[in-house]
Design a protein around this ligand. Structure first.
Ligand code: GLN
Length: 471
């Protein structure tokens, strides 16, 4: 615990944490030590430092969603997933940074400023840049972490904790995992409770898990999975711990390679690692086949209609009355709502509320919202068809390229770029499937590149088994 706390201090410049709960962690560590000395039965995470994205409610600890709207908000309860971790003896090191309300793919858009990717400071990357005659001082040109769970990914990657919770609505756990060289798991929708996760898109949100290896992700998933009476979308079936075999025979597996994922924007380096991974499976006897997910090209637009529509409805709760920020204006109730929301939300959030309300207007509802729901079903059915044809898991890139420098990321229209970055991850959320990003190799620049495995709904155990073999 103390080592992690001192690393948190040393890496403060990464901006991975919004709140460091030092006192809480030290007290929990002390209690864990007492349990150990008394020979009491140990929880699976007894004494293990973990971090939690700042969009999960934590009892008595500020929960901001990196937004002015919730600055100073201290929830009276723990999210179910947080409580489950604490029940197993985990130590809560702090709350991690994100894009405001988890809207973004860079971890650049929160009120506490952007998160810096720990790999920006690796010796190999620095040397490569020097060789390519980039003259610069040490701190310029640092890389983004990806997002929106960039704080959690950076926290795990910088060894400040062993596991971190993220959230994944369209890729927010897998994208930063790929950019920061860690494992990022998005469980099946309904396997893990969303109670206490401040919603972005209720029909797609899933708590995500970031760890340094697949086995750790499986351990944490085993603790988190299962029915919660406070989240009616969680499955009723009892869940067993996710224990992965140490030896796996992949020769009976059928791996699908979706041809639509070979997009023109895919960097040549990611492309060649993707092929290399497919060859690896083939050389071990697995059947590797090209498959088609024909509705892939509609997924970004479809996601945005559905996402903004749910956002418009979700964000209505932030009215200045119940929680968080309230403006000073007391002219009228309506004026108070408007000023509170203007002061509380950033442009991205306001933009999504406006778009969502447009799609939900009586005259647009059928044409946009209902149509997008139908397209969502087609996208989900693409996966069902592929899995019904005998494919066990899909192998795809996680991101288009390695992490880019912050200065580059903010150059073009940030939101357009963010949207493109999610091309390989968003459809999975619309279909509710489990998916995991696993670090594959370092690029010629010395930066991590991750690949994604997508599994059948509720076959998270099989997915992780394949991922473990691969890592
Ligand atoms: N980048 C996507 C968005 O901004 C996904 C975010 C997420 O998964 N939380 O909506």
């Amino acid at each position: 615990c103390q080592r992690c706390l001192s690393l948190i201090k040393k890496t403060k410049f990464l901006n991975a944490y919004i709140t460091v709960s030092e006192e809480v962690a030290l007290k929990q560590a002390e209690e864990a030590e007492k349990r150990y000395k008394k020979g009491h039965s140990l929880g699976d995470l007894d004494g293990i430092p973990i971090a939690v994205k700042d969009n999960f409610s934590t009892s008595g600890i500020e929960t901001t969603c990196a937004s002015n709207m919730l600055k100073g908000y201290v929830p009276p309860y723990n999210a179910t997933v947080v409580q489950k971790l604490l029940d197993q003896g985990a130590l809560l090191m702090g709350k991690t940074n994100l894009d405001e309300f988890a809207m973004g793919s860079g971890s650049t858009d929160g009120i506490f400023g952007p998160v810096k990717n720990p790999w920006s400071y690796s010796k190999q990357y620095r040397e490569k840049r020097k060789q390519n005659s980039h003259s610069e001082n040490e701190d310029s040109n640092w890389l983004i972490t990806g997002g929106s769970s960039g704080g959690s990914a950076a926290a795990v990657s910088a060894f400040t904790c062993f596991a971190a919770l993220g959230s994944d609505t369209g890729g927010s756990t897998r994208n930063p995992a790929a950019h920061c060289g860690v494992v990022g798991l998005k469980p099946s929708y309904g396997l893990v409770s969303r109670h206490g996760l401040i919603p972005l898109v209720n029909s797609m949100d899933v708590p995500g898990i970031l760890t340094r290896c697949v086995d750790d992700a499986a351990t944490v998933l085993g603790i988190l999975a299962g029915h919660d009476s406070k989240d009616s979308t969680t499955i009723q079936d009892p869940v067993r711990p996710f224990t992965l075999p140490s030896l796996t025979d992949v020769s009976k597996l059928c791996i699908g390679i979706p041809k639509e994922y070979l997009t023109p924007e895919l960097s040549s380096e990611v492309h060649s690692l993707w092929s290399k991974a497919a060859n690896l499976f083939e050389s071990e006897g697995a059947k590797v086949i090209e498959v088609s997910l024909p509705h892939t090209s509609y997924s970004i637009v479809c996601y945005h209609v559905l996402c903004t529509s749910e956002v418009a409805s979700n964000m209505a709760r932030f009215d200045g009355l119940e929680y968080g920020h309230r403006c000073d204006s007391n002219v009228s109730t309506e004026a108070m709502y408007a000023a509170t929301r203007r002061e509380g939300f950033n442009d991205v959030v306001r933009g999504r509320i406006l778009s969502g309300n447009f799609f939900l207007l009586k005259e647009n509802y059928e044409n946009y919202f209902v149509k997008a729901q139908k397209v969502r079903r087609l996208i989900a059915n693409d996966f069902v068809n592929v899995f019904n044809s005998g494919v066990d898991v899909l192998l795809t890139p996680t991101t288009l390229s390695e992490a880019v420098p912050y200065t580059e990321f903010i150059k073009e229209d940030n939101r357009t770029r963010s949207a493109q970055d999610d091309i390989f991850t968003q459809a999975v959320n619309m279909a509710g499937l489990p998916a995991v990003s696993v670090p594959m190799a370092l690029s010629t620049q010395g930066l991590p590149i991750g690949l994604q495995f997508i599994g059948r709904a509720f076959c998270d155990q099989q997915l992780l088994t394949v991922a473990k073999w691969f890592e």
